[in-house]
Design a protein around this ligand. Structure first.
Ligand code: PMP
Length: 435
């Protein structure tokens, strides 16, 4: 019997023993095409020689130095790399160990910013329904799935939720995408006014919604309007790019494609590509300045912030992506994947929607296309699909629909950027067979 506390206490899992590019191999020698990058993590595949060498070198010279005593070269270099390429106004990087910690840091930076500038009453957060921002208590409070939060009430921060920008289910029959974007931005503004702008700290959203909706990009213009609404009311904009960032949608930051910047951007997953646990919160100059000129100290920290080996690994990952021009490849492969999905599933009676950007694609399943009626969640279709896919040597990331019918079961595809065209064929063939 395993003594590991796995999340599921009822399932058993194959033992992964080796990675080989876009494949994972289990103890029985079975190969799995990693079409989900784990959870949109493994953007460089599983055995990149350059990254392995960079980690080896860093561990051999300086594995770790606590940031209350030292800074380190890999941490400084990675921060420079990110800020040189980040949307305008972002100035500093706070390194953590994963996505939830990055969101937690963003929420606390926002809170401390308003304390420093003498507006401590601004502490209400607005997020969107059907969102996921992490599992630590603060990030959990922000997330928009009531059932995830329920058993942990009361949570530490006050959050209210507005509609997600989810055209497939939110767009009305008589509405253009632009009109949907305007309506949803107006809903955000109404919620700010309802709470009293002087009480609202931040709005948090994923530019392309990952786990909870399955690679749903916003309609054109939505985020520009959201930025305007936030600015009009002095509310900070936090973009959670933990899943959709670091090249996954074809640009290093997903915000670039929206033509906006943010006060805080969180990244994780693809930053270290799974070679080391790492996350980061990019912080705008105005927040850094307020803290520098105020207390001079961010009241938050973890033992492993700025871990030298994790930073060296992430820097090697990001430099490799840049040197091999893999972001252009993401757009190319993404188009190829989308075309194959369209060809194979465009007329499938149970595929309601195909959407996504770059190598971040989603397939939404419905009982009936015309009514968009989801399958009964009690069927646990997503779990069956995951099992069927694993049996065929395919890792994909399915998630269940909701009882209220506001989303169907969906499959998230987020494969490594190093695929060849033949892998795309294998992916779609195996997914088809599993479906
Ligand atoms: N934000 C988003 C958008 C995510 O997708 C996730 C993870 N699925 C998180 C935060 C939390 O990241 P982690 O699991 O690394 O804590």
């Amino acid at each position: 019997m395993s003594h590991v506390f796995h999340r599921s206490l009822t399932q058993s899992y194959p033992t992964a023993v080796r990675g080989d590019g876009p494949y994972l191999i289990d103890s029985q020698g079975k190969r799995y095409l990693d079409a989900s990058g784990g959870a949109a993590v493994s953007c460089l595949g599983h055995s990149d020689a350059g990254v392995i060498e960079a980690i080896r070198e860093q561990v051999g010279t300086l594995a770790y130095a606590h940031t209350s005593f030292f800074t380190s070269e890999p941490m400084e270099a990675l921060a420079d790399f990110l800020i040189e390429r980040a949307p305008q106004g972002l100035e500093s990087v706070y390194f953590v160990s994963g996505g939830s910690e990055a969101v937690e840091a963003a929420l606390k930076l926002a809170r401390q910013y308003f304390v420093e500038i003498g507006q401590p009453q601004r502490r209400h957060v607005i997020a969107r329904r059907q969102s996921y921002h992490g599992n630590t208590l603060g990030a959990l409070a922000a997330g928009g799935n009531a059932w995830r939060r329920q058993q942990f009430q009361p949570l530490l921060i006050d959050v209210s939720h507005v509609s997600p920008c989810y055209a497939y289910r939110e767009q009305r029959a008589d509405e253009t995408p632009e009109a949907l974007g305007m309506r949803l931005a107006a809903e955000l503004e109404a919620e700010i006014l309802n709470l009293g702008a002087e009480n609202v700290m931040a709005f948090i959203a994923e530019p392309v919604v990952g786990a909870t909706l399955g690679a749903v990009p916003a309609v054109p213009g939505y985020f520009k309007r959201v930025r305007e609404v936030c600015d009009r009311h002095g509310v900070l904009l936090i973009l959670d790019e933990v899943m959709c960032g670091m090249g996954r949608t074809g640009s290093l930051f997903a915000a670039e494609q929206e033509g906006i910047s943010a006060d805080l951007i969180t990244v994780a997953k693809g930053l270290g590509a799974g070679y080391q646990p790492i996350g980061a919160t990019l912080v705008s100059g105005r927040i850094v300045d307020a803290i520098r000129q105020g207390s001079g100290f961010f009241q938050h920290g973890h033992t492993y912030i700025g871990h030298a080996t994790a930073c060296a690994a992430a820097l090697a990952v990001q430099k490799t992506i840049e040197e091999r021009q893999l972001l252009a490849r993401v757009s190319e492969l993404g188009a190829g994947l989308r075309a194959r999905l369209q060809e194979r599933f465009g007329d499938h009676p149970h595929v309601g929607d195909l959407r996504g950007r770059g190598l971040f694609q989603g397939v939404e399943l419905v009982r009936e296309r015309a009514s968009k009626e989801p399958f009964d969640p009690a069927l646990k279709l997503h779990a069956k699909l995951k099992k069927a896919a694993m049996a065929r040597g395919l890792m994909c990331y399915p998630m269940g629909g909701t009882l209220d019918g506001r989303r169907g079961d969906h499959i998230l595809l987020a494969p490594p950027f190093i695929l060849e065209e033949t892998h795309l064929d294998e992916l779609v063939d195996k997914l088809d067979a599993a479906l």
